[in-house]
Write a protein that binds this ligand. Structure first.
Ligand code: FE2
Ligand code: FE2
Length: 241
């Protein structure tokens, strides 16, 4: 098991940093900025298409918050001397993001509700790691993001409850199966080549698998509370099928 060498909030923007620390910090921040921007764009696209007044208000609020999270992340990068364009070159490459724009244009209202219910719940658990970051400015920002994010999954749950009322549980259960698999895969392989590095540098404190298990424990009761079943997948380990 990796040993944490950097305690929470022990590094500041003007602290001396090893090249390894700086490069890893920038990559994680650039990935976070991208994830926040995708969330901001997804929710803001749906403000005008929301099925009712309550949904429209909730989406507008989430879109504002996600935009602010993106802005806070790029401000942290700027403090490290990177413009938003320069930061983009540090993002990890992934098919998920390469196809992100295409996927976004296919989304239905049920998908958006599922994303708020599941993907925001998964994101919350990752941001909990960042709230303990060794990089003090990020730990501070992440703590603020967590406060905003707390009710996003509940909002998604409310959207789903309305969908269940209007369309019946079967249609929603089908959507859940698709998004459950996506969410489980979002955490990545149980442990990656970088896990030890992230923990050693104090930039994360748990493995992908630990975060996935926490996600399951918190979301499964919420699924049952909606009157839905936790989907059984064809393959119950990464990659989930
Ligand atoms: Fe966010
Ligand atoms: Fe969110």
């Amino acid at each position: 098991m990796a040993v944490r060498e950097y305690p929470p909030a022990s590094v500041c923007a003007d602290s001396p940093m090893t090249p390894e620390y700086r490069a890893t910090l920038i990559k994680l921040l650039a990935d976070q900025a991208r994830a926040e921007l995708i969330a901001a764009h997804t929710y803001s696209r749906w403000v005008r298409r929301a099925p009712g007044p309550e949904e429209k208000m909730a989406l507008a609020e989430m879109a504002r918050e996600e935009t602010e999270h993106w802005y806070l992340a790029i401000e942290l990068l700027r403090e490290l001397g990177l413009s938003p364009d320069a930061a983009r070159r540090h993002q990890t490459r992934s098919w998920f993001y390469a196809t992100g724009n295409v996927i976004m244009s296919w989304l239905t209202w049920l998908d958006v509700a599922m994303a708020a219910f599941l993907v925001d719940a998964a994101a919350y658990i990752l941001v909990e790691d960042f709230a303990q970051s060794s990089y003090a400015p990020w730990a501070r920002v992440a703590q603020n993001i967590l406060t905003d994010e707390e009710d996003h999954p509940d909002t998604g749950g409310r959207f789903l409850a309305t969908q269940i009322e209007q369309r019946g549980p079967l249609a929603v259960q089908r959507g859940l199966k698709k998004w459950w698999r996506v969410s489980m895969n979002l955490f990545g392989p149980p442990v990656t080549a970088n896990t030890e590095l992230y923990i050693r540098l104090g930039l994360k404190f748990r493995t992908n698998e630990e975060r996935r298990q926490i996600f399951r424990r918190s979301v499964e009761p919420r699924i049952r509370a909606l009157g839905l079943d936790v989907p059984r997948l064809a393959r119950e380990r990464y990659p989930y099928l």
